[in-house]
Design a protein around this ligand. Structure first.
Ligand SMILES: Cc1cc2nc3c(=O)[nH]c(=O)nc-3n(C[C@H](O)[C@H](O)[C@H](O)COP(=O)(O)OP(=O)(O)OC[C@H]3O[C@@H](n4cnc5c(N)ncnc54)[C@H](O)[C@@H]3O)c2cc1C
Length: 387
């Protein structure tokens, strides 16, 4: 079966390709240079309904699953664009749709669908806890009808461009709960109310254009009605979002990998050195073929993880494995593509160096490779935990 026949949602893929054609390399190069938010691209995706595919039809969305969302993000990345500016709107849905109350969904989802408000921020990581989420210390204490939030988060992307943030806090201290992951809760923070009233945002300039920030909470008031689910069970809710996130990021890596393979194949066929196209040399062909094989294999695991999520089955291990395979395959493809382009790979106008930087992130965020290996070693293979 050809790759095209094998891919699901062909109509969605074609529509995304058409939209992305309006956002060519120079558009991304400019935003990358300025580290500015690609608002026109995000608006176009919103208007076309791509960012609300996971929202049920009763709230104005398409009511599709993670496989459709994966197809959208994969195509965005294959076209040389970047979903990092808005992908959180898709994966935060896992938390809100599955665990939010009817009132919360009615209040927010129709407005998210139309683009009136954006849900683009996911606040989990803290400077001192790192990957060990059970050690977060941002604390929300109950005072009447409000939670009062104090603490700090780091690497919270798109916080300046979002109206809402899904925020993980402690509502009971770690030492006072049985399981380390108990006692955490999820709050939906209205960013427009919060900024300047207990929330300060400080941007962090990084090696790629990702609008990431540090957040400082100094007695921020969040109404109790913005608690998702029940107090103390937040870690369980956030995991649904995290599994969706890992799967969707893996789909972006598949798109990146296909971008690099497409570009390398084309360039190698056109570039003539020593009187023949460089693609004639197996030293050039084989790494391109290897990258294609690795991407194709990883895509199967991404598809499996998304399918299991859509069927509401356990899929944490598959989401992790998909993310690791896809991020390593896209990184191999990135390095291969840069090498194939020789000196031209380093020129901004070719987009290779930008995509190279962008795809490197995904071996670290949203979860690093070592932690995935540790998960598989202990949870799947039953070996003892080292920490
Ligand atoms: C650009 C960017 C955007 C991000 N956006 C968001 C966001 O929107 N929201 C959010 O909540 N977070 C976000 N993050 C945070 C990201 O999820 C974390 O950086 C990532 O999970 C790794 O955590 P850490 O940086 O604290 O690394 P650490 O936990 O400090 O780990 C550092 C290194 O040590 C390794 N390591 C740690 N413990 C072990 C162990 N026991 N065994 C073996 N190796 C180990 C890790 O694998 C890693 O390589 C973002 C990060 C970046 C860089």
């Amino acid at each position: 079966m050809s790759e095209e026949q094998d891919q699901n949602y062909p109509e969605i893929r074609e529509a995304v390709q058409r939209l992305c054609a309006d956002f060519p390399g120079p558009y991304w190069q400019k935003h990358d240079r300025d580290r500015s938010y690609p608002i026109e691209f995000v608006n176009a995706l919103t208007e076309a309904g791509f960012l609300s595919v996971l929202i049920p039809e009763e709230y104005g969305g398409s009511g599709l699953g993670l496989r459709a969302a994966s197809a959208i993000l994969e195509e965005i990345h294959r076209a040389g664009c970047n979903g990092g500016a808005c992908h959180a709107q898709m994966y935060t849905m896992g938390t809100l749709l599955r665990h939010g109350s009817k009132e919360q969904k009615e209040r927010y989802l129709p407005k998210i669908t139309t683009g009136e408000i954006r849900l683009q921020a996911f606040g989990v990581t803290e400077p001192t806890s790192g990957t060990d989420t059970s050690r977060i210390s941002t604390f929300a204490r109950r005072e009447g009808d409000n939670y009062i939030v104090k603490g700090q988060k780091i690497w919270i992307s798109r916080a300046e461009h979002s109206d809402l943030m899904v925020l993980l806090v402690r509502t009971t201290k770690r030492q006072d709960v049985k399981k380390p992951t108990d006692g955490m809760s999820v709050l939906l923070v209205d960013m427009n109310d919060a900024i300047g009233n207990g929330l300060t945002i400080q941007p962090i300039r990084t090696m790629l254009n990702h609008a990431t920030t540090e957040l400082f909470f100094d007695d921020l008031k969040v109404p109790v009605e913005n608690l998702i689910g029940t107090e103390g069970n937040g870690f369980r809710y956030i995991i649904d979002g995290m599994n969706a996130e890992r799967t969707l990021i893996a789909a972006e890596c598949i798109g990146d990998g296909r971008f690099f393979v497409d570009r390398a194949t084309k360039y190698a066929s056109e570039r003539s050195v020593f009187g023949q196209p460089i693609a004639k040399n197996q030293g050039i062909q084989f790494p391109i073929a290897r990258a294609y094989i690795q991407i194709s294999a990883a895509a199967e695991m991404v598809n499996k993880a998304a399918r299991l999520f859509d069927e509401d089955q356990k899929m944490g291990s598959e989401a992790n494995m998909a993310k690791m395979l896809a991020s390593e395959a896209s990184w191999f493809a990135a390095d291969m593509c840069l090498q194939t382009h020789g000196g031209f790979g380093f020129a901004e106008e070719y987009d290779i160096e930008r995509k190279f930087r962008e795809t490197r992130l995904y071996q670290v965020a949203p979860i690093s490779t070592n932690l995935i290996l540790s998960h598989v070693a202990t949870h799947v293979l039953g070996m003892p935990k080292s920490f």
